[in-house]
Design a protein. Structure first.
Length: 178
């Protein structure tokens, strides 16, 4: 019987003593060692460099792989470490600039949060949003959700407010999303 690549990797990681966590089957744990799997990218995290090297050696013996060394970029996030102070810095600055450019907001003006939301709560059932505007608003909010869930929790409130109107956003929702 044909075994998928994902199942092959899962079985192999299990043979090394790793188990997927219930919350996300793409994250495997063994004691204090973690392996995050995204498509064909693996990120190995743990306190022991020797143990990480041992796991990489086992993976290399079973799969064709390229070891990119210390992680400095993963899933749209820049990663910097201050090992001495045990601090990890995550940034999506490059991705945020890409989104800003993609949606033609290169000259946008930042606004502070929290925002005044009473205008958001108005409901005008007679208004029907043009489909291209609705799709663009949905795309912007999708990008904002990706940013919010990883590094910018401070935009959660406004993203959740705009998300409520994605089926029929008005111009003020589009303006808030931008």
């Amino acid at each position: 019987m044909f075994e998928s690549r994902n199942q092959t990797l899962t079985n192999f990681l299990r043979s090394l003593g790793f188990e997927p966590i219930n919350a996300d089957l793409g994250i495997f744990v063994r004691s204090s060692m973690y392996i995050a799997v995204y498509v064909d990218d693996l990120l190995i995290i743990g306190p022991s460099i020797a143990e990480i090297k041992k796991i990489k050696r086992s993976l290399r013996n079973r799969f064709q792989m390229t070891d990119l060394g210390l992680c400095s970029y993963y899933l749209g996030m820049s990663i910097q470490r201050d090992r001495q102070n045990r601090i990890l810095y995550l940034s999506q600055e490059a991705y945020i600039h890409k989104v800003i450019h993609q949606f033609g907001m290169d000259d946008c003006t930042p606004v502070s949060t929290p925002i005044e939301t009473s205008s958001l709560l108005e409901n005008r059932p007679e208004y029907t949003c043009p489909s291209d505007q609705r799709i663009e608003c949905q795309r912007i909010v999708g990008c904002l959700l990706y940013i919010m869930l990883r590094t910018r929790g401070d935009i959660t409130y406004i993203v959740s407010m705009v998300s409520r109107y994605l089926a029929n956003p008005r111009l003020q929702h589009m303006k808030l999303a931008r």
